[in-house]
Design a protein around this ligand. Structure first.
Ligand code: ZN
Length: 476
């Protein structure tokens, strides 16, 4: 494509996004009372119409009690909660686990909704590469990431696995911003040596590895206990990282245990072909390539996984890697259909991703709708109804599935006692585009209406680790 298709420089001049007021997010024991909904498994959504949830000042859920009639009663019944702050939910409100975005490109945020005309290769060359390259300007990272992280939280994404750019300084700004705004995040510097355009590549294998180390060290310095921000190693894909660099990243993964990996895999047939070419055709499958370099394990997050061979799935299941399913992006770039049913049947972990800006929405609610549609298109295409994802499965993928993919399922994903409280206070009784008007037969109908019609207006409060960090009622 001609360079004339390149986007103009980033020109947004919004009012600077402010981090939540620290006094509003003060941690204290809290007791919620009202409708509480969460996912227990791929087949079970638990809806407690009148229940109480207690969270301590460290953000840990201490009880989920369905046998009380008020928050006050719950305070009296549970040790240490006598003086807790009480939050009574209104009749059309419910508490729901924070949404988890397993794949999002932070530097591409200004490009959202643009560039859908081309395929993956054209989109990378005309939109992604020049935009990502521009983050050599660290001040731009400050500007964009503050606005983006604020928007992500407003849309209910309490955890996001972010891809960054090749720049360590800009990546460190992203980590600082997530910590400041109180968002849980997996972050690494992107590694690219070949296959890119517009100067969007690193000078050498050594520089790429050294810069990745710098980011890992920075994240461990600002959040030593890994309470919110977790480092990862980030080879863009097999077609961008030659054997020598992939070997170095594999060594870093082993030496930095425990650490996560984020990478792309099997997005298009051309990308698979380019991987084999760069790695001299010596691997039976894409998964064998990553596994050979030691980058496959239970903390590996793989975006897309559309054009998989049986061998790929065999290795993925054996090594317990997770898949970020980006239905919106895969449709926008006409990459193909990820066969989620097949992955789940093989016991492979699956979560949802927005993959902005190849996907045009940062909302995981939108990702749920798109995942539903893609699964139904597979049924249309094959005539087999088994491809369709159930509502229970969609809710699981957006919360617990995402937590499993990010290796955070012991920490977040649902309201199990002992986990951190990452939660949304949702209101489906407002004058937005959710048409709740008495036609709903049960509480499940309210949840379905929110998932398929809701947006940030219905997300009134967002809690991460028990702390109020965002939402339309943040200031109220
Ligand atoms: Zn991606």
């Amino acid at each position: 494509m001609a360079d004339s298709a390149s986007p103009p420089p980033y020109t947004v001049s919004r009012e600077k996004a402010l981090a939540p007021d620290a006094s509003k997010g003060k941690k204290a024991h809290k007791v919620f009372f009202g409708r509480i909904i969460h996912s227990k498994s791929l087949t079970e959504i638990e809806i407690l119409p009148k229940a109480s949830l207690g969270v301590d000042d460290k953000g840990i859920i201490q009880f989920l009690d369905p046998n009380v009639d008020s928050a006050i009663e719950a305070c009296g019944r549970h040790n240490g909660f006598a003086n807790a702050e009480t939050i009574d939910l209104k009749p059309m409100q419910f508490l729901f686990p924070g949404l988890i975005d397993t794949h999002m490109h932070a530097p591409q945020y200004p490009n959202m909704a643009l560039g859908m005309e081309g395929d993956l290769k054209e989109w990378c060359e005309n939109w992604t590469d020049p935009m990502e390259a521009s983050y050599s300007d660290t001040s731009k990272a400050h500007r964009v990431y503050r606005e983006m992280v604020a928007k992500e939280l407003e849309n209910g994404s309490t955890t996001v696995a972010y891809n960054s750019s090749i720049h360590p300084d800009a990546t460190n700004v992203l980590a600082d911003t997530c910590l400041e705004f109180g968002q849980r995040a997996v972050i690494g510097k992107l590694c690219i040596l070949v296959g890119s355009t517009h100067g969007n590549w690193e000078k050498s294998t050594q520089q790429s590895i050294d810069d990745e180390k710098k980011v890992v060290e920075h994240i461990r310095k600002i959040d030593p206990e890994g309470k919110l921000v977790l480092p990862c190693i980030q080879p863009r894909a097999g077609s961008y990282v030659p054997p020598e660099l992939m070997t170095g990243l594999g060594d870093l993964y082993r030496d930095s245990d425990p650490i996560r990996v984020q990478a792309h895999m099997c997005e298009t047939p051309l990308e698979v072909e380019q991987m084999h070419k760069l790695h001299e055709g010596k691997f039976e499958s894409y998964a064998d390539m990553y596994d050979h370099y030691g980058l496959f394990g239970p903390r590996t997050i793989l975006a897309h996984c559309i054009h998989l061979s049986d061998r790929d799935m065999e290795v993925m299941a054996e090594k317990k890697v997770g898949v970020a399913h980006n239905a919106n992006s895969n449709t926008c770039l006409t990459d193909g259909w990820c066969r989620v049913r097949q992955l789940l049947d093989k016991g492979i972990k699956v979560g949802l991703g927005t993959d902005c800006s190849a996907g045009y929405s940062i909302s995981i609610l939108n990702s749920m709708r798109q995942a539903s549609n893609v699964s139904r298109h597979l049924t249309i295409h094959t005539g087999d109804p088994a491809w369709k994802l159930s509502f229970e499965e969609l809710v699981y993928l957006a919360t617990m599935g995402g937590a499993e993919v990010c290796a955070l399922d012991q920490t977040v994903g649902n309201f199990k006692v002992g986990k951190q409280l990452d939660a949304l206070l949702v209101d489906v009784g407002l004058e937005d585009n959710i048409n709740t008007s008495g036609h709903e037969h049960d509480d499940m109908a309210l949840l379905k209406k929110w998932v398929f019609m809701g947006d940030d207006r219905s997300i009134r409060k967002v809690f991460v680790g028990g702390k109020l960090v965002a939402g339309k009622d943040l200031k109220g």
